[in-house]
Design a protein around this ligand. Sequence first.
Ligand code: GDP
Length: 333
Amino acid sequence: MKTALITGITGQDGSYLTELLISKGYSVHGIVRRSSTTVRARLDHLFHREDIYNKRLFLHYADLADTTTIRRIMLKCTPDELYHLAGQSHVGASFDIPETTCEFTAMGTLKLLEIIRDLEQKPKFLHISSSEIFGRPDQSPQNEMTPMRPVTPYGIAKAFATQMVTLYRESFGLFACNAICYNHESPLRGESFVTRKITRAAAAIARKHQESVSLGSLDGRRDWGFAAEYVDAMWRMLQHDHADDFVLATGTHHSVKDFLDASFKAVDLDWQDFVKQDPRYMRPSEGTRLVGDASKAERELGWKAETTLPKLAELMVEADLQRIDASETKPAF
Ligand code: GDP
């Protein structure tokens, strides 16, 4: 039985990856931050399974900055594979909390690499990088060779982490890889990301729980894929015969308006009747023309993103409708 350690196990990708690894027979350990509220709703169904929780799925509490504890966890569970998903992942928020973003996203990654460097039994290491490292690129679509030109604190932190991973692979011989992920969404996406904000609003407006939704710029374009497919690519990267970096993307891009259109169409409504624009959600700067060329992943890993708009929006709206309907039928005690 292989053992995997996941940082950021309670997030969207962490949850899908845990499901995938458990289904493949792995023993999975997750690192979570100790806080007053332990939010792990995305994995709740697994925690309630007696055959899984504390048998093949284990949680350990540590902050990414707490290298002593993380080293101790690694020595204890001796993972074959380490998936580093944790970080401050919200681009908009990174303008408000740039230091925290760099602390977690940039330094957090370097600290993990330093721990692995000293271990005798080194796990294979996967870092979730981001299309935000490209910022405003000259070429579109971008591939693994495209120069990094980040334009957000998040992108800058990710660029640092990505280059460190490459450096540790090339200089210290670590099996360390970057999954350069374009936006990947799902019903488990955090509610402050634009896709989930839109699908929740479309469902709530359709059920008459909400009257409108306030958004920032509607012109931003993104390469939006389905998260459940992206974690499969991450796993494939660590099974590959050598460590390398891969762009994971759909190769198509759409505007926020396109996402609105697909989501509100799924509930037979016209988004223009319900959307307000609010300068609070505008950003000081944004990446542009971010669309990925994932042909290397297809060639070498046999991976291709399948789900794009409008299907992605439809499945997310459907899940949000089901959530509302389930909460309405629940008894009040
Ligand atoms: P990311 O910035 O690519 O990680 O993903 P987001 O989902 O946060 O944002 C995607 C795009 O939606 C960006 O161009 C945002 O400026 C735009 N956007 C417009 N309104 C909103 C909003 O209310 N919240 C967020 N998060 N993004 C918005």
